[in-house]
Design a protein. Structure first.
Length: 430
């Protein structure tokens, strides 16, 4: 127990010294293993983790989905998604903000990255919102919160990583995210409606589109619909695995970008480099987290923590609620992916021992990550928007995100109270 606690303390100390968390976790994991088991076992374990992670077939789904999202972004489909959404909801007060959230949901169905979704939509939606006099807080809040839908609506990089770490069926995780993703989209749009109802100065109403204009706008997103249908439909229908679906998706996105004449040799090189860089970052984190998890599992901490929680006398659902509260607090001070990688080895055995479905817990984890991504002071989406929109102050971005944080916390409570919202679709899979 003491060794594991010292390990966690060492990681936080190294993080305060501005050492990248991947290196901090890997270093602490290696030293901990060497201290408790010896240098040779530590070297052997490290080599095994690096080899198994680098050559794992299931992990190939990560670069393929990243590649698919990058091709789609380069093909310019984000603009068509935004225009199609605006054609249907633009007449509402705050219609551009509603359209931004809806477009983020559509883009999330082919991207899988929250940061990429928020960054892409900021380029597409913010100029229009600024032109029509939308408040900076509403605009940035909608873009930051909408961007998080990229990791709940499948395909999702976070779900893939969770599935690999916990050996949970990735296809079922994807299916479990559909209904919560759509409900979260509705909740975020509800937050926009409340904000604009309380303070109409946030946003003016737009013009109502005619039905011919709406059908015309829908014609521009047929590529997105086809890609989502082929990839997710094939996975849910059992026609191919998540990895094979990612391969189909990446190839389809490449052909679509090629057909739209959006690819040059220079852009193709940029897409490949960007995808490789993101993949390398994620794999480095995975390797480091696995090394640290192996060290923690060798200590008595997981067993003692499980025994301590059991003796508290709390009901199982109260234990889950306490975990979620811990996650919400951690999400305000830690980078979200690192937080998940650090805590899953501790919490997941407790969750399964209480009899809860790992697929349901995976959806809760994704929702926690969504909340963390827009929670000051370290929400990644907030800093992405601050970097892309230097004319908007960080204080304005922080103020704009809080109502959306509240909406997501409400959604988390609903998902805890009604597990079938997450488990119904997976139960239908073959």
């Amino acid at each position: 127990m003491i060794e594991a606690l010292l390990g966690f303390a060492a990681i936080f100390a190294l993080a305060l010294l501005r050492i990248p968390l991947a290196f901090a976790m890997g270093l602490v994991g290696f030293i901990g293993m060497a201290t408790t088991r010896g240098m040779l076992p530590a070297l052997t374990s490290t080599a095994q983790v690096v080899q198994e992670t680098g050559f794992a077939y299931t992990l190939s789904v990560i670069p393929l989905f990243i590649l698919m999202g990058n091709f789609v972004a380069r093909a310019g489909l984000a603009h068509e998604l935004f225009q199609a959404a605006y054609a249907f909801v633009g007449h509402l007060r705050g219609g551009l903000a509603h359209a931004t959230v809806a477009a983020c949901a559509g883009f999330g169905a082919i991207c899988g990255s929250s940061i990429a979704t928020a960054a892409t939509m900021s380029r597409v939606a913010y100029p229009s919102m600024r032109k029509l006099g939308y408040s900076a807080s509403l605009s940035t809040g909608a873009m930051a919160a909408g961007g998080t839908l990229g990791i709940m609506i499948p395909p999702s990089t976070i779900m893939v990583i969770y599935g690999i770490i916990t050996e949970t069926h990735i296809g079922k995780l994807f299916a479990a995210g559909v209904i919560p993703g759509l409900l979260t989209t509705g909740v975020l749009m509800g937050v926009i409606a409340l904000m604009t109802a309380r303070d109409p100065e946030h946003a003016p109403p737009g013009e109502r589109s005619t039905w011919p204009q709406r059908w015309q706008a829908l014609r521009g997103i047929w590529g997105v619909l086809l890609l989502v249908f082929v990839v997710l439909g094939g996975i849910y229908g059992g026609l191919f695995t998540a990895t094979e679906g990612a391969g189909f998706g990446a190839a389809g996105a490449f052909l679509f970008a090629l057909a739209r004449r959006r690819l040059t040799w220079a852009i193709l090189f940029q897409v490949l480099v960007e995808s490789a860089r993101t993949t390398a970052m994620l794999f480095t984190l995975l390797i480091a987290a696995t090394m640290f998890a192996n060290f923690v599992n060798l200590t008595t901490m997981p067993g003692e923590l499980k025994e301590w929680i059991t003796h508290l006398g709390l009901s199982p659902i109260m234990i889950i609620a306490a975990m979620m509260l811990i996650y919400v607090v951690l999400g305000t001070v830690m980078e979200e992916l690192t937080m998940v990688l650090l805590t899953i080895p501790l919490f997941f055995p407790i969750v399964t021992s209480l009899g809860f479905d790992p697929v349901w817990f995976g959806v809760l984890i994704v929702m926690i990550v969504q909340i963390g991504l827009i929670s000051p002071p370290v929400g990644m989406n907030l800093f992405v928007l601050n970097a892309l929109l230097p004319e908007v102050g960080l204080g304005q971005i922080f103020r704009g995100c809080w109502p959306f944080v509240g909406g997501m916390v409400l959604m988390l409570i609903v998902l805890i109270a009604f597990p079938q919202l997450s488990l119904w679709l997976p139960s239908l899979m073959r």
